[in-house]
Design a protein around this ligand. Structure first.
Ligand code: ATP
Ligand code: MG
Length: 401
């Protein structure tokens, strides 16, 4: 005997009423995509349930993949047997003996199929008795068991599930539309991208770089960060914007202190243009209130003036240590701290204004017609498309240990 199913619980999606189907179809599609290297495995939806049917595949390798899929609240390993008392007993015993670090257990029977002629309460006793007489070291604990074995008698079959593995939660990526993530090489923006994805957002990324002042390795860093994000989605398309000329011009034309504000506004203008070209409806940044000069209330107000697009700022109220914790969890921290210069750090004045005034910024921007340089930057965008293949391989490699 072995586990042949994984039961997927989807938590929040269950609240979606009429829209539920759309969310479930997407979740099923996302699970299928992440499991495509297991050709025998199938993913099925039946009456309020989703199952991964293993067809002989090792369940642990499959669970490892499912841990990175948003929209899954939890999983349990499951065995499907006929509605036959002996077979159910046998499967329950298997579940108990295969639990890790289990000393106490509890059995919960749910009889949905009323044609099955043993009632739930009686089934609980029969199965509990069967497990106790056929094993030695286990005890029943109905309040805080190490392992809960659930037996669900349905019309088509009985499912025996054991234990619960926590999933990532959130909503299936792709159910909340697309956002353009302003991805720097820093710690914050990849975490912001991850959190947007958690709410079902599919991300494309935009990165501003200033060769030769920023190196190939700084660019590679951004590619590596985007690659980590693909673990939670399918692919990430990066728009690499050549920013050198525009940036140099900004710092020539703008008095010290205001250069950074103008530069941020240019980033937003270009990002909005990319959104329009790609049919994307929002931007996402790693901004965090009070962290640096560009992230004061005044600064954000002045910078935000140039776009009407909604800007998602998932990190806005977090503390740095909370952000770092997530960046370690998603494996981006070590990449983010590689020491290569980013375009902002190179040109930024020693003391950027923490309270830039809108009329001053507008006045400085009017001194020079930037449109041609903006167009040149947009037209010079290089696209880098990253798929999740490497992440899928890395995960498979981890499974061996
Ligand atoms: P991060 O750790 O994400 O770099 P930060 O704390 O360094 O953030 P800033 O440098 O002020 O903060 O950047 C704020 C946000 O602006 C970033 O989180 C990112 O979304 C965006 N951003 C900054 N520089 C770039 C860049 N070169 N390319 C794309 N987006 C950028
Ligand atoms: Mg930064």
């Amino acid at each position: 005997m072995q586990y042949d199913h994984i039961l997927i619980r989807y938590g929040e999606i269950a609240l979606k009423g009429k829209n539920q189907k759309k969310f479930l179809v997407k979740l099923q599609e996302n699970i299928r995509h992440k499991l495509k290297e297991f050709p025998d495995v199938t993913v099925k939806r039946t009456q309020g349930r989703m199952f991964v049917i293993l067809n002989g595949q090792d369940p642990h390798a499959v669970i490892e993949k499912c841990k990175h899929i948003f929209g899954i609240h939890s999983f349990s390993l499951a065995i499907k047997v006929e509605n036959n008392l002996d077979k159910i007993k046998h499967a329950a015993l298997f579940a108990l003996q295969n639990g890790k670090d289990v000393k106490t257990f509890k059995i919960t029977v749910k009889r949905i199929n009323k044609n099955f002629d043993v009632r739930s309460q009686e089934m609980n006793q029969i199965l509990g008795g069967h497990l106790l007489t056929n094993t030695q070291d286990y005890k029943v604990d109905v309040h805080h068991p190490d392992l809960e074995i659930k037996v669900e008698i349905r019309s088509e079959a009985t499912y025996i599930t054991s234990g619960v593995v926590k999933g990532l939660g959130g909503l299936p990526v792709g159910t909340s539309g697309k956002s353009l993530l302003l991805l720097s090489g820093g710690i914050d923006s990849p975490v912001a991208g991850y959190l947007a994805m958690k709410r079902g957002v599919e991300v494309e990324a935009i990165h501003f770089h200033s060769p030769p002042f920023t190196s190939e390795r700084a660019k590679q860093k951004v590619i590596d960060l985007a690659e980590k994000l693909t673990r939670y989605g399918q692919k990430v398309k990066i728009h690499m914007v050549p920013f050198t000329k525009l940036q140099q011009r900004i710092f020539q034309e703008t008095p010290d202190g205001y250069g950074m504000t103008v530069m941020r506004r240019m980033m937003l203008r270009i990002s909005e243009q990319v959104c329009k070209n790609e049919g994307i409806l929002s931007l996402t940044t790693g901004e965090n209130l009070g962290q640096v000069a560009s992230q004061t209330m005044e600064s954000m107000n002045t910078i935000n003036e140039v776009t009407n697009y909604p800007i998602l700022r998932p990190l806005i109220t977090m503390d740095k240590d909370e952000i770092i914790d997530i960046s370690r969890e998603i494996d981006t921290f070590d990449i983010s701290i590689r020491p290569y210069e980013d375009c902002c750090t190179i040109f930024v004045p020693k003391a950027p204004k923490t309270k830039p005034k809108k009329d001053r910024v507008n006045y400085f921007e009017e001194k020079y017609d930037y449109q041609e340089l903006i167009d040149e930057a947009v037209n010079g965008i290089e696209i880098v498309e990253i798929s999740d293949e490497k992440q899928v391989k890395d995960d498979a490699f981890q499974d061996l240990f």
